[in-house]
Ligand binder design. Structure first.
Ligand SMILES: [Zn+2]
Length: 157
């Protein structure tokens, strides 16, 4: 049963926005030779339920009721392997540059829709990747404004 939402940040190559590479990664066709950084990650089996681009556009890769490979070794509330019980939402971004206004708006709207569809989810069960994989992952990073997200969610009742 899905009862956790995990928020991520990703950019490919790191620090660059707007390219096709995140999409290529999540569809399993990232070309290893397009950038030196890609060689290290092409073999990894990763996916996410949804990606929110800087423009606010949402791309869904995995149905919400199916498992996506976004969390890796992880733990939340005493349970490990968060992929088994969480929905992973990626934001195009970096740890240290402000996320776009449109991304907060769309993320809040998406979460609101998920809360309706999956009653076990809750506003209190939203974690950053860094929170479920401390020491290994840092995203979505200090740049992500949790208070802002919570404010948007609260505002929608
Ligand atoms: Zn992540």
């Amino acid at each position: 049963m899905v009862d956790l939402i995990v928020v991520h940040g990703i950019s490919l190559p790191p620090g660059e926005f707007g390219g096709p590479w995140i999409d290529r990664l999540f569809t399993g066709c990232l070309p290893a030779d397009a950038h030196p950084y890609f060689r290290g990650i092409v073999a990894s089996r990763v996916s996410a339920h949804a990606l929110i681009l800087r423009t606010g556009e949402i791309v869904q890769y995995v149905p919400f009721e199916r498992r996506a490979w976004h969390a890796g070794p992880s733990q939340y509330g005493g349970r490990s392997s968060c992929n088994d019980f969480s929905i992973g939402i990626e934001l195009e971004g970096t740890d240290d540059r402000p996320y776009a206004d449109a991304q907060y708006e769309r993320l809040a709207a998406l979460i609101e829709a998920l809360l309706v569809s999956y009653p076990a989810l809750s506003r209190d069960r939203i974690a950053g990747h860094s929170e479920i994989a401390p020491g290994r992952k840092t995203d979505p990073g200090p740049a992500f404004d949790w208070a802002r997200l919570r404010g948007l969610l609260a505002g929608k009742g």
